[in-house]
Design a binder for this molecule. Structure first.
Ligand code: C5P
Length: 232
């Protein structure tokens, strides 16, 4: 289970990030570095140091640009030894990203539709499908681009799994263990339920990094993942 739990280092200070990593110790092997840490706490350097220390790192940079720029940027990330990277799941962008990652161990993940968007937001952005239809289309396009996996809400995981087949990674944020505050996540699921729905990796940030005892919080989530049931 250890490698399936990805802790989001959503902090703005390298010292705070390092304190979390130290507190979690050997229980957690996989860390996600998103915008806040990448831009606010020199998270690129932190990520490279974590990789050198034997951890797995997921750079959640949600890249989208012209093909040449995406390909070269992804190649630079792949060269760090990072385990995962997100790009927006536009077909051209995914194909360019796969060229950039060729020959490396980097798993490129497509972000289909941000979980903060509902049908109205998708229409406002100019898409002629509803959210579920757009997620399904992007999942097919991700599969056809040969991408390594997708980020999906746990509620979409089952549908995405039927489209992409058994091999692709499905990484789900929006996970809340028993009794946790939902924060701004509108549609949450427990750790065991998300795995049962087809997720291969769970991203958890606030329920661990804002806990009074982050290590105990991580262990409780790992126990829920291993047990297949909610504890308490
Ligand atoms: O604190 P919480 O566990 O809600 O954090 C979830 C993490 O997953 C955050 O880093 C957030 O940016 C990320 N994420 C998300 N929804 C997505 C993609 C990424 O919540 N669709």
């Amino acid at each position: 289970m250890g490698g399936q739990l990805i802790v989001g280092l959503d902090v703005s200070s390298r010292a705070v990030a390092e304190a979390i990593v130290t507190a979690l110790g050997d229980d957690v092997q996989f860390y996600k570095i998103g915008y806040q840490c990448f831009y606010g706490a020199d998270g690129f350097a932190l990520g490279k140091d974590l990789i050198a220390a034997g951890k797995q790192v997921f750079f959640d940079l949600k890249l989208l640009d012209i093909d040449n720029t995406v390909e070269k940027g992804v190649a630079a990330i792949a060269a760090t030894g990072a385990a995962m990277l997100t790009v927006h799941a536009y077909p051209q962008c995914m194909r360019a990203a796969m060229r950039g990652a060729a020959g490396s161990d980097l798993t490129v993940l497509g972000v289909s539709v941000l979980t903060s968007m509902d049908d109205e937001d998708v229409a406002e952005a100019g898409f002629a499908r509803d959210t579920a239809g757009l997620v399904a289309l992007r999942a097919q396009q991700a599969r056809d681009a040969g991408i390594g996996g997708l980020v999906a809400s746990p509620h979409e995981a089952e549908m995405v799994r039927t489209i992409v087949g058994p091999k692709l990674a499905i990484v789900t944020p929006g996970i809340r263990p028993a009794g946790a505050d939902h924060g701004d996540q509108k549609r949450v699921m427990g750790p065991a339920e998300a795995l049962a729905a087809g997720a291969t990796h769970l991203v958890v940030a606030r329920p661990i990094i804002q806990a009074a005892d982050p290590a105990a919080a991580a262990r409780a989530i790992l126990a829920e993942m291993a047990g297949g049931v909610r504890v308490a």
